[in-house]
Write a protein that binds this ligand. Structure first.
Ligand code: HEC
Length: 134
């Protein structure tokens, strides 16, 4: 009787608690699927590796720094040219993004491996990666 009660309590506990994160996950998943996906990820990746800033100086900075991660699917970085991913970032405001680039953010190293970049360069590089003007 005691064991059965514990088991019931445990079951009740499990059913009470576990579904919450499950439902939250499911909701996120459904929301993610419901969002109109203009371009699939494979296409975004294939495109990201082909993109280069038109300005030669900016292209040089980009090739030697940002590109190392921002065209790599597993890096966790928003892909170059992935407008949807960048729009989420741009919503924070450009000054915040420049600070992130300079100070670093999680997997994003401080300065983004660019020792020559100025604050203006970061802004231009971010605009380029966000797909503005492409
Ligand atoms: C070593 C890999 C790496 C390099 C090199 C790199 N990034 Fe990133 N970057 C990341 C990752 C990972 C993220 C996602 C960080 C997160 O949101 O957790 C990121 C995110 C960002 C963000 C979004 C920050 C925010 O606040 O949401 C900006 C802006 C950015 N990178 C700019 C740059 C620029 C500009 C360069 C080149 C000068 C660069 N990155 C180089 C890995 C890198």
């Amino acid at each position: 009787m005691h064991i059965r009660n514990s088991a019931t309590a445990l079951l009740g506990y499990s059913f009470g608690l576990i579904p919450v994160p499950l439902c939250a996950g499911l909701l996120l998943w459904v929301a993610g699927c419901a969002r109109p996906q203009s371009v699939d990820r494979a296409t975004l990746l294939a495109r990201a590796v082909t993109l280069t800033p038109a300005d030669p100086r900016l292209a040089d900075l980009y090739q030697h720094a940002c590109r190392a991660c921002h065209v790599v699917a597993t890096s966790g970085a928003p892909l170059t040219g992935d407008r949807d991913a960048w729009q989420v970032r741009l919503n924070k405001g450009m000054p915040v993004l420049v600070v992130s680039a300079i100070a670093g953010l999680n997997g994003m190293p401080a300065g983004g491996q660019c020792v020559r970049c100025t604050a203006d360069d970061y802004q231009l590089l971010i605009r380029f990666m966000a797909g503005e003007g492409q």
